[in-house]
Design a protein around this ligand. Structure first.
Ligand code: SF4
Ligand code: SF4
Length: 111
C-alpha cells in the first residue's frame, strides 16, 4: 500500500489529456490487431498508454487539454471547491509518470 505526500503546485501537466479505460477485447475485435488499433488511434490523436489483459482493460489518453486551464497552464477553478471536479481534487491516487508533479508516493508505514 502506498502513501501520498506533497502537494499540487499547479503545473497543469495532468490536465493536458483525458485518460479513459476501454474494453481491450472489444477494441481488438474492431481493429483485429494491436498494431492496427494503434495505427488508427494515432491518426485520431489517441495514445495507447497501457493494457491490463487479465482485467480486459485498455488505457487510453486523448489529447484534449482541459478548458479550465489559463494561458499559463494554471487551473482556473483550483481555489473553488464547488467548481473543481471531484476527480481533480483526488488526483493522483497512485503514481503517475509525470515528473513535474508535486506529489510523491512511498510504501505506507504501519505502526
Ligand atoms: S478542472 Fe482544473 S484540475 Fe481539473 S482537469 Fe481542468 S484544469 Fe485540471
Ligand atoms: S501533475 Fe501533479 S502538480 Fe501538476 S497539476 Fe497535476 S496534480 Fe498538480
Amino acid at each position: 500500500m502506498l502513501e501520498r505526500s506533497g502537494e499540487c503546485h499547479q503545473c497543469g501537466e495532468c490536465c493536458q489529456g483525458l485518460r479513459l479505460t476501454a474494453v481491450l477485447s472489444q477494441a481488438l475485435s474492431q481493429h483485429r490487431t494491436m498494431d492496427e488499433l494503434k495505427l488508427y488511434y494515432n491518426y485520431r490523436n489517441i495514445k495507447v498508454i497501457g493494457t491490463l489483459p487479465e482485467k480486459d482493460y485498455l488505457f487510453l489518453e486523448l489529447s484534449i487539454p482541459c478548458n479550465q486551464l489559463d494561458p499559463s497552464n494554471r487551473c482556473l477553478v483550483h481555489d473553488s471547491p464547488d467548481l473543481k471536479p471531484f476527480l481533480c481534487h483526488a488526483y493522483p491516487t497512485e503514481p503517475d509518470n509525470i515528473p513535474e508533479c508535486g506529489y510523491q508516493f512511498s510504501p505506507k508505514t504501519i505502526l
